[in-house]
Design a protein around this ligand. Structure first.
Ligand code: G3H
Length: 252
């Protein structure tokens, strides 16, 4: 972990959860207040249908609420889409952009991701920009090059590092139970840090770099303890308060 940066553990609920899941959020708030607040920031990114309710429920707990995607434009004839302004209007403070599931199933390109990140920043949200290589790319020895290229094309020029979080999620580690070694994560995060500093200047040393992909209570301490890892983006294990809090407890 980078000692100077306040760690962030964010949960991405993906397409899981109805309003009944708010009881998990309540459990998270309770556990957060009982000893984690002040040590780590927590965020939950529920489905869009729950954003407003979740933001209202999270009020007072200081668990931040984020969305999982946004459209690049502020408004317009885009049936079914949500702008970053609408997400902010719900009480959310962040949005994930460029998750590999959006890149894969919705064919989002780096340019699309960059435009969405710009939309997020325009609306005053924190943009959580996701990058990560496929298994074939890692096996071909191209992981660093692929992620470097994604960063160069997906992170807006001139972005304020204060409103930017970058999540490294190797595609092959998402939902598979597989994780890279701590040494591979350290190598990738150091590479990402160098790329961001050369692109955005030295304040990019303050951008939090999250690791995501099969983070669970049993591997959180090792992954979160790796150099330049400033937190986690957690999928499956963020659906239950006990697991999510056990991951955040890596920072207790
Ligand atoms: O956004 C979260 C990631 O896709 C990780 O998902 P996972 O923790 O279920 O592997």
């Amino acid at each position: 972990m980078s000692m100077a940066l306040r760690p962030l553990v964010a949960g991405n609920w993906k397409m899981n959860g109805t309003k009944l899941a708010l009881k998990e959020l309540a459990g998270m708030a309770e556990g957060y207040d009982a000893g984690l607040r002040g040590k780590v920031e927590l965020m939950i990114c529920p489905p869009a249908t729950m954003l407003y309710l979740a933001a209202a429920a999270a009020l007072g707990s200081r668990i931040a609420i984020g969305a999982q995607d946004c459209h690049a434009a502020a408004s317009g004839a885009y049936t079914g889409d949500l702008s970053a302004e609408m997400i902010a209007d719900c009480g959310a403070t962040a949005v994930i952009v460029g998750h590999s599931e959006r890149r894969q199933y919705h064919r989002e390109t780096d340019a699309d991701v960059c435009a969405k990140a710009e939309g997020a920043l325009r609306a005053g949200l924190t943009a959580i920009v996701c990058v990560g290589e496929t298994r074939a790319e890692r096996e071909a020895g191209k992981a660093l090059a692929v992620v470097g290229r994604q960063l160069a094309r997906s992170v807006p020029e001139g972005a304020n590092p204060d409103n930017l979080v970058v999540a490294y999620e190797p595609v092959w580690a998402i939902g598979t139970g597989l994780t890279p070694t701590a040494a591979d994560v350290a190598e990738m995060h150091a590479h990402m840090r160098r790329k961001l500093v050369s692109r955005l200047g030295k304040q990019a040393a303050g951008i939090r770099l999250l690791y995501g992909g099969s983070v669970k209570p049993s591997n959180a301490a090792e992954l979160m303890g790796t150099a330049n890892v400033d937190g986690a983006l957690v999928g499956g294990a963020s659906l239950k308060a006990a697991d999510f809090l056990a991951i955040a407890a890596a920072y207790r």
